[in-house]
Every structure is written in structure tokens, then in C-alpha cells.
Ligand binder design. Structure first.
Ligand code: CA
Length: 221
């Protein structure tokens, strides 16, 4: 097989981060506390991915953002910082325990007022936004939550995005499992189904990046 991808070794990653990473305030502190206080620090958004989301948000001038899956709010910090003083992030999660780890750092970083945390099933929050007349009023959405619900999140978010708005799905490569047909658990099946749907969906333009664990972007037409 002929391809130009390189192995993303720790040395290459260190080089990449060492020559490009610009962190929002209190990112290191929040990541450190996430390692101390949770069993799943791997779920926190990687810095190169956070910076990419922030870059996209600034590139399209996104001021109204939806985040599905907050965990301890690392991605939230990146996005709230990127969106600027007048921006808003509707942050959807179920866990008071995890999201409360992030809040003091959002406050110290001066972005807490931009973050509208909704502790409820994300689909309920998305339906509430639609019911309150916020159809086609959001610019950007980052989805990194229960993978089983990704198809439902996609349809609900597509209604809320303006034309030109972008939805980004995380973990779309599942550490390579999606490319191995022997993995037939529900999460892999749903993620394969979502990728297949996005590939040919005439409502969006798409780009699938092998960034971190795979980021699939769809831009609403
Ligand atoms: Ca993730």
C-alpha cells in the first residue's frame, strides 16, 4: 500500500507540540486535576486537537457553539477561549461530578460566563434549543460523548447549525477498530454507520482527519 502518512511517534508529537502549541490559560492546571481526580484522563481533549478546534472556531467566526460531552471541561476551555468575549458555548453533559472539576478553571480563565452548562441528556437539550426557536442559529458543534447516540446527535445538531456551520465528531477511528471488521460491538457499528452516512450525505461537505483518534468534520451546506 502506498501512502504518505507517518507514524505519529512520541518524538514527532513532542516536536509538533513544541513548535505549535499555544495553550489557553489554566489548561495545564485543569489537565493535572483531571489526572488526579478522575479514572479516565484519556477522555480529556488532547492539546493538538483542542488547538485545532479553536482554530476552526476562529476561522469561521463561530460565536454560538454546542459541545456534546464535556467531561472535565478541557475542550470547553479551548472553545470558550477561542470564541471570544461575545461567544457562547452550550455545554451538554450528564455529570455534575466531572463538570464541576472544570468550572473553577473556566472561572480563573475568565470564560465561565460564556459557558452555559446543561446537565441533562444532550438530546433533550438539543430538542429544547430547537423548540425555543434556535434552529439554524449555531456556528459550530463538537460531539464527544456516548458514541451510541451519534446518529441521533447528528440529525438534531444539523437542524441547529446555520448553513456554513461545522459539526466535528471525535473518536471516529476508535484507535483503528473501525477499520477492522472483527470489531462488531455497538459503538463501532454506530460509528461506521455514521461515517458511511456522512460520506454521501448531500446536506454537508466533509473531511475526515486522522488527528488524534480521528475527527470527522461536516460542514452544513
Ligand atoms: Ca474523545
Amino acid at each position: 500500500m502506498n501512502h504518505k502518512s507517518l507514524d505519529y511517534t512520541p518524538e514527532i508529537r513532542n516536536y509538533l507540540l513544541g513548535t505549535s502549541l499555544r495553550k489557553p490559560p489554566f489548561l495545564d492546571e485543569l489537565i493535572a486535576v483531571t489526572h488526579e481526580q478522575t479514572d479516565y484522563p484519556i477522555m480529556a481533549t488532547d492539546p493538538e486537537q483542542g488547538q485545532f478546534l479553536a482554530f476552526l472556531i476562529k476561522s469561521i467566526g463561530a460565536s454560538r457553539i454546542i459541545e456534546i460531552g464535556v467531561f472535565t471541561g478541557v475542550g470547553t476551555l479551548w472553545m470558550a477561549e477561542a470564541t471570544g468575549e461575545k461567544g457562547k458555548v452550550v455545554a451538554c453533559d450528564l455529570s455534575e461530578a466531572y463538570t464541576s472539576i472544570g468550572r473553577p478553571f473556566w472561572e480563573k480563565a475568565g470564560v465561565a460566563e460564556r459557558i452555559d452548562l446543561r446537565l441533562a441528556p444532550a438530546l433533550d437539550t438539543l430538542r429544547e434549543l430547537e423548540a425555543s426557536g434556535e434552529t439554524e442559529s449555531f456556528d459550530f458543534c463538537y460531539v464527544d460523548a456516548d458514541k451510541d447516540s451519534n446518529l441521533l446527535y447528528y440529525e438534531a445538531v444539523l437542524k441547529l447549525l446555520r448553513p456554513g456551520g461545522i459539526i466535528a465528531f471525535d473518536n471516529m477511528l476508535r484507535r483503528g477498530q473501525v477499520a477492522d471488521p472483527s470489531y462488531v460491538d455497538k459503538e463501532n457499528l454506530v460509528i461506521r454507520e455514521l461515517s458511511a452516512k456522512l460520506h454521501h450525505d448531500p446536506r454537508v461537505d466533509v473531511s475526515f482527519l486522522p488527528l488524534c483518534d480521528g475527527v470527522y468534520l461536516a460542514r452544513k451546506r
